[in-house]
Design a protein around this ligand. Structure first.
Ligand code: XIL
Length: 380
């Protein structure tokens, strides 16, 4: 198995995990101590969580829940707005910017001593661009006009949030099935170079920020084309000297059955190959949107929570064995606020349990698995 020099051997890492005591304790109550960020810091990382205002009629947002903010403050060093910095939230009409919600989040984060990450400057999928961008009349010189629109957006948003030190510059431009770049109004006029343009603009507008390509290729077998496509994109960007500093591993992981140990073992070699290739290009890594979909697990809560925790532990042990991973962010901390409740419901209609805390804000076995993985990770 190829191995990057930055990576601690999997065996060493499993031995460490065993020494740290893998047995999970019963779920304790809110305000865990030490916090996940404390464990992360001890290894040279940060831990964080997403917070969002939700979508009317779908998932209620965690943003309005003071207990959720208390949980963020007690567990995290970093927050990331789930939707509030996206183009459709910030720039709803030509020349109109609505920063209020993002600003409110930044103020709450600062009051709680939390840093805020930026997600994202260009979600390069037509369905997530505002309709006015998709339908825009770019006039007689559409290439120049499309470039100006994109660059103006990036400059305006970066200038408004000068304290953001890590930006997802481009999100999800690789099609998961074909591995090719998605086509949008921007590729129509700028070709694949739209990605280069976005990163160069971000570097100029946020010269001190870490610039991230973020996507959801994961370690499951179904993601092979997606992984290959992302590597091809990153190779092209590096060859063109495009300023991309890190790869964001969204880490929406999903066990396809209950035998999670067997699944994890079978997926290890390909994930190592992928991470070796990305780090071999000199990229840093971040876990940007961690959660564990439980759609393919049985209804029984104890069984489900155990399988989710064990699958996550195997994923995190392997991924955190790469010292290039400096941040671990969970896409929400509380099940009832998870985007997955609306996005991918279970066939039996039961609420999903994809995050670290249950609806009463009690820590679940997944919280303990994350804690143990952070404690067992090599220092960086
Ligand atoms: C999701 C949010 O969680 C939802 O509230 C919203 O309706 C859609 O977007 N990949 C990403 C995130 O990069 O921005 C997505 O967030 C989840 C998948």
């Amino acid at each position: 198995m190829p191995s990057s020099p930055e990576r601690v051997s999997r065996r060493a890492c499993l031995t460490l995990a065993a020494a740290a005591g893998m047995a999970m304790s019963a779920a304790p109550a809110l305000a865990q101590s030490p916090s996940l960020d404390t464990f992360a810091r001890a290894r040279g990382m940060r831990f964080g969580g997403a917070v969002g205002a939700g979508r009317p009629g779908r998932v209620n947002g965690s943003y309005a829940d003071p207990r959720y903010w208390a949980l963020l403050a007690s567990e995290c060093g970093v927050i990331v707005p789930e939707n509030e910095l996206k183009w459709y939230a910030l720039h709803p009409a030509p020349g109109v910017y609505t920063f209020e919600r993002g600003d409110a989040m930044q103020a709450k984060a600062a009051a709680g001593g939390l840093e805020m990450r930026g997600h994202n400057l260009l979600w390069h999928r037509s369905q997530y661009l505002p309709a006015w961008v998709n339908d825009h009349d770019f006039g007689s010189n559409p290439g120049a006009a499309a470039e100006k629109l994109l660059v103006d957006h990036i400059e305006t948003v970066c200038a408004h949030y000068p304290h953001i030190r890590s930006w997802d510059v481009v999100n999800e431009t690789v099609d998961e099935t074909t591995g090719q770049m998605r086509e949008t109004v921007f590729t129509r006029y700028l070709g694949t170079e739209v990605i280069d343009i976005a990163f160069h603009a971000a570097r100029r507008a946020a010269p001190h920020a870490q610039l991230v390509y973020n996507d959801y290729m994961s370690w499951e077998p179904a993601d092979a084309n997606h992984r290959d496509g992302v590597l091809r994109l990153l190779e092209r960007l590096k060859a063109n000297k495009v300023p991309v500093d890190a790869l964001g591993l969204q880490s929406h992981i999903q066990p396809m059955g209950q035998d999670v140990g067997k699944l994890a073992t079978a997926q290890t070699a390909e994930w190592v190959r992928f991470l070796d290739s990305a780090t071999g290009m000199g990229l840093d890594l971040l876990i940007t949107e961690f959660d564990v979909a439980d759609k393919h697990l049985p209804a029984d809560i104890a069984v489900r929570d155990r399988a989710v925790a064990d699958y996550a532990r195997a994923y995190l042990d392997l991924t955190l064995s790469y010292r290039q991973v400096k941040q671990v962010l969970s896409w929400g901390l509380v099940d009832k606020y998870s985007w997955l409740q609306a996005e991918t419901p279970r066939a039996d209609g039961l609420p999903e349990r994809p995050t670290l805390y249950d609806g009463d804000l009690k820590a679940k076995p997944l919280r303990e698995a994350v804690a143990q993985a952070l404690r067992s990770a090599p220092s960086r």
